[in-house]
Design a protein around this ligand. Structure first.
Ligand code: SF4
Length: 257
């Protein structure tokens, strides 16, 4: 399954990037807010993390964490999962969504790890991205989380929050990655992904960003945009209410004749 980014919410992104000084201040605030940020996926090896990340596409980490214990109890090693029957794996990963594609990809990725890499997840980006179902984001998560490499994964939360903060005007995960990477010291890069993800999940939500309790609000260029959109929505609701009232009155008069 291709890795996708949903841009969904009807809250426009800022049209200008913030200055480097502001960008670094925003990131420093997030670093202080999420000092112990780590992945919420449960794993105990590069292999189990890789499979968990593939399963987490369009699915919550909590759901994946409920699924992987059953999967790895039955197929603990790449060779076992790589030779599993598709329907058996589908039955286990069904609740993660896109289960047919995910089952097919994790079986094929496990088989490739077993046959081409001696049962060990490769550390090299090109080799990782050559595995079925593994795109740049998944490779970056594995490289940064289990190998400690300076990689920065852009998922839907990182994409949205980076743009709201004015760190980038990028329209693709790769362009967002390049802009943010240029702002973060290399040794902090693998943590920056988690600052932005946790902030996106907890506060800077797609549809309902919680600017009033956001530690970055005083310097975030989207705070004013979010406030404007909220005001416009309230006015639209008010107008809709008046229209309904007028329509109801008219219908009532008609019926009364
Ligand atoms: S101020 Fe609002 S838009 Fe900006 S990062 Fe915080 S929650 Fe997101």
């Amino acid at each position: 399954m291709a890795e996708t980014i949903e841009t969904g919410p009807k809250i426009p992104f800022p049209r200008k990037r913030v200055t480097k000084a502001i960008a670094r201040e925003e990131l420093a605030i997030l670093e202080a807010a999420y000092p112990d940020a780590v992945t919420e996926l449960v794993y105990d090896s590069p292999f189990t993390l890789l499979i968990a990340v593939v399963l987490s596409a369009q699915c919550t980490d909590a759901r994946v964490n409920l699924t992987t214990p059953h999967l790895f109890a039955k197929y603990p090693k790449p060779a076992a999962l790589g030779s599993a029957a598709q329907e058996d794996v589908e039955a286990i990963v069904k609740s993660c969504g896109f289960f047919r594609t995910k089952a097919k990809n994790i079986i094929a990725a496990a088989a490739a790890i077993a046959s081409q890499h001696g049962g060990e997840v490769p550390r090299d980006r090109d080799a990782l991205e050559a595995l079925p179902g593994v795109g740049r984001k998944t490779a970056s998560v594995v490289m940064s989380v289990v190998f400690g490499d300076a990689a920065f994964a852009v998922d839907t939360h990182v994409f949205r929050v980076s743009k709201r903060l004015g760190l980038t005007l990028g329209t693709t995960p790769l362009s967002v990655e390049r802009d943010v990477v240029a702002l973060v010291p290399e040794e902090k890069l693998r943590h920056a992904h988690h600052w932005l993800i946790l902030h996106g999940r907890a506060i800077c939500k797609a549809q309902t960003p919680q600017c009033l309790r956001c530690p970055v609000a005083t310097i975030c260029p989207s705070a004013a945009i979010v406030a404007r959109v909220a005001t416009a929505k309230r006015h639209a609701k008010g107008r809709a209410g008046v229209k309904t009232l007028v329509k109801g009155t008219y219908v009532g008069i008609s019926r009364g004749r």
